[in-house]
Design a protein around this ligand. Structure first.
Ligand SMILES: Cc1cc2nc3c(=O)[nH]c(=O)nc-3n(C[C@H](O)[C@H](O)[C@H](O)COP(=O)(O)OP(=O)(O)OC[C@H]3O[C@@H](n4cnc5c(N)ncnc54)[C@H](O)[C@@H]3O)c2cc1C
Length: 416
């Protein structure tokens, strides 16, 4: 019955690694991918540059992983960023280290990495079946024996079962479904008795009332501080770059803040985003600076003062929220108004009304509950010979190469 030693479901970052690793160990492996080629999502990661990992110390990495980074310790103790970099170097992908410990292929081309990675997998004699969607995992006496699939050939659907001694499910999450990651694995896992912790989009842009943000669409802010208040309580702070869109806010610091925000929005909590446009200046220093500007431009109007303090596109919005007449002579600006300008520069407040959908989320939070997975092997504690790897697991982390390292490490362990 068993044609294969191992069947890997899903040919993304985790699936390619698990299949190649298993074949390297002498196993007869079948890799099944729903789309017409492997590594679709991997090819668009890191804005087409693929941030494969991060070089931060293991403990710091683990602390960034939600909901339980400790789960990764056994996997990371065997296959961490150094091992991953060595692996890619050994298959002809030279790497470079960038700001914030981020590691990229030196070529700057994710598609080239995918090519080398896929060729490595093929060189280990892995059988690859594309255009093939796994619909069920077959069991006999609570043990895996294979998978049921729908294969598309010449536009026709054929139902085929493949038999194998072990199955590794690496179907990814539910984000960017156009890449093939449509959340199938959650249904497969659930049908076998695994608990799926609620999934939600993460590393995702956030929405604000369109009427409020529309005039700001396209505005990019650098070196700002963004603070999140949930039910009035300060919960998270990030410094860096963000931008406004016609639906709300996006950019690196917003994506980083999004996990807690989306989780809170699901619980119907009140979420406020507060932007400090001048985080490098204390309130006193900023007040002195505004006072100096007013003094040196005393014959100009309020709008001209703001020219020195803000990007042009932000000025009409700022005038509106400070409720100070744009044509007011600088010399007529009262102390109270000056303090209002300062306070607004330090905290522009927006109510977050929602998040963008899975189709725009870098990662899916939630997934297969870790309690029923053996962290040493990634094997299910419920079904014998069933393994999981990658984003399908209830593990997620911020941007910076962490999510791919999680996929590669869990896959390497499962493949081993
Ligand atoms: C735009 C974008 C940029 C990103 N950039 C980075 C980055 O630079 N660094 C980083 O660390 N992370 C990044 N990520 C996150 C990272 O890509 C994922 O965490 C990672 O790809 C997860 O790997 P995976 O193999 O578990 O899932 P995936 O890569 O999603 O692969 C799953 C595969 O399974 C296939 N599949 C699904 N269901 C079935 C089925 N029923 N039968 C057969 N096949 C199936 C899918 O077609 C897919 O090919 C990015 C994500 C996105 C969307």
């Amino acid at each position: 019955m068993s044609n294969y030693d191992v069947i890997v479901v899903g040919g993304g970052a985790a699936g390619i690694m698990a299949a190649g690793r298993s074949a390297e160990n002498g196993k007869n492996v079948l890799l099944i991918e729903k789309m017409n080629y492997l590594g679709r999502k991997l090819g668009i990661t890191g804005k087409g540059r693929c941030n494969i990992t991060n070089s931060i110390p293991l403990d710091e990495f683990i602390a960034k992983v939600k909901p339980d980074g400790e789960f990764l310790k056994p996997a990371f103790s065997k296959f961490y960023s150094t091992e991953l970099i060595n692996f890619f170097n050994s298959i002809g992908v030279k790497t470079i280290l960038e700001r914030g410990g981020r590691v990229f292929p030196e070529s700057g081309k994710a598609v080239e990495l995918v090519k080398n990675f896929t060729n490595w997998c093929k060189s280990k004699n892995v059988s690859i079946q594309t255009n093939c969607q796994v619909t069920d995992i077959l069991l006999k006496n609570d043990t895996v024996i294979g998978v049921k699939t729908i294969v598309i050939e010449n536009g026709k659907e054929n139902r085929i079962s493949f038999y194998g001694k072990k199955v590794i499910v690496a179907t990814g999450g539910a984000s960017y479904p156009a890449t093939g990651s449509t959340g199938d694995g959650y249904k497969l896992a659930k049908s076998l008795g695994h608990k799926i912790n609620p999934i939600f989009p993460s590393l995702v842009p956030l929405e604000i009332d369109k009427n409020i943000v529309k005039p700001l669409a396209g505005l990019e802010l650098k070196n700002v501080k963004a603070t999140i208040f949930i039910e009035g309580k300060l919960t998270d702070v990030e410094f860096g770059e963000m931008n406004f869109t016609d639906f709300g806010v996006s950019g690196p610091i917003i994506l980083s803040l999004s996990r807690k925000v989306v989780a809170s929005l699901i619980e119907k909590k009140n979420v406020q985003l507060v932007i400090d446009l001048k985080p490098a200046l204390s309130e006193t220093k900023l007040d002195n600076r505004i006072a100096r500007d007013i003094e040196s431009l005393k014959k100009e109007n309020y709008r001209m003062i703001l020219n020195k303090l803000l990007p042009k596109q932000l000025i009409p919005f700022f005038i509106k929220i400070t409720q100070i007449d744009a044509s007011k002579m600088a010399s007529k600006i009262s102390v109270e108004e000056r303090l209002k300008i300062r306070n607004t520069l330090k905290s522009i407040r927006f109510k977050i009304t929602g998040s963008r959908p899975f189709s725009e989320a870098i990662i899916t939070a939630g997934g297969v509950d870790l309690k029923k997975i053996n962290p040493e092997t990634m094997e299910s504690k419920i079904v014998k010979n069933l393994f999981f790897a990658g984003e399908i697991l209830d593990l997620d982390a911020p941007t910076g190469g962490y999510n791919l390292q999680i996929a590669f490490s869990t896959a390497w362990i499962a493949g081993s």
